[in-house]
Design a binder for this molecule. Sequence first.
Ligand code: OOG
Ligand code: MG
Length: 261
Amino acid sequence: MLEQAAITTIADIVDEAQSNGHTIAKITDAHPGMTIDDGYAVQDELLRRWQARGRELIGYKAGLTSRAKMVQMGVDVPSFGMLMRDTCDAEGGVVPTTGLIHPRVEGEIAFVMKQELSGPEVGAQDVYDATDFVQPAIEILDSRFEKFKFDLASVVADNGSSARFVLGGRPRRPQELDLSAIGIVLEINGEPVAFAASGAVLGHPVEAMRMLVSWLHTRGQSLPAGAVVLTGAATEALPIKTGDAICARFQDMGSINMRVD
Ligand code: OOG
Ligand code: MG
């Protein structure tokens, strides 16, 4: 584990790179002994600063939960990150990407909670009972690391490459769907460019929810009522540029459209 002074220094570097939209070297280049937990300690430090600036935590993102993403990014363990309210954009609108370095999009299933959920090992039924609805989401990623290349400890410190996200489509009760087999198609400028079934995420996206709650429990935390959770991309992430029209279609859950500014 790194000393708190090193965590603070890393938080300075990440915070500055995120605010000013420029790349940095992988954190582990300067701190080869850095662990994944050190990465989460950096997230804690970032959250303290962001909340002090009036930003609001509205949920969490699971990442690297599908084989497609693990292979694309060269890691084999899922990660968790924070979702801040001011990074959520309206469906059908224009999503600002000025200030981002090399943005990519991915389609995900989001859970919105109506009850607090906590414990070392919650079951799928517990997750369903605590869920208000599930709905389609598009996540816009932007790694602060050069060429979008990182290791797990570094990407955790960079809040899982979080940049922006859009919720939309049709909110549905999870009990009424087979969430292991929702077809997802991502289109850029009318051209279908990525396809997946929702079960590509750990066999079933509810598994990402169970992992998230267990992970929160190990940190003495719970998933609060009202939280939004992105369960991770089923497909690989695709690069986007200004002017692109993005559409993510989710079988039985509607679609999300957005334009990139
Ligand atoms: C890390 C974030 C991964 C997902 O849905 O898998 C992620 C990255 O690939 O940059 O958000
Ligand atoms: Mg994602």
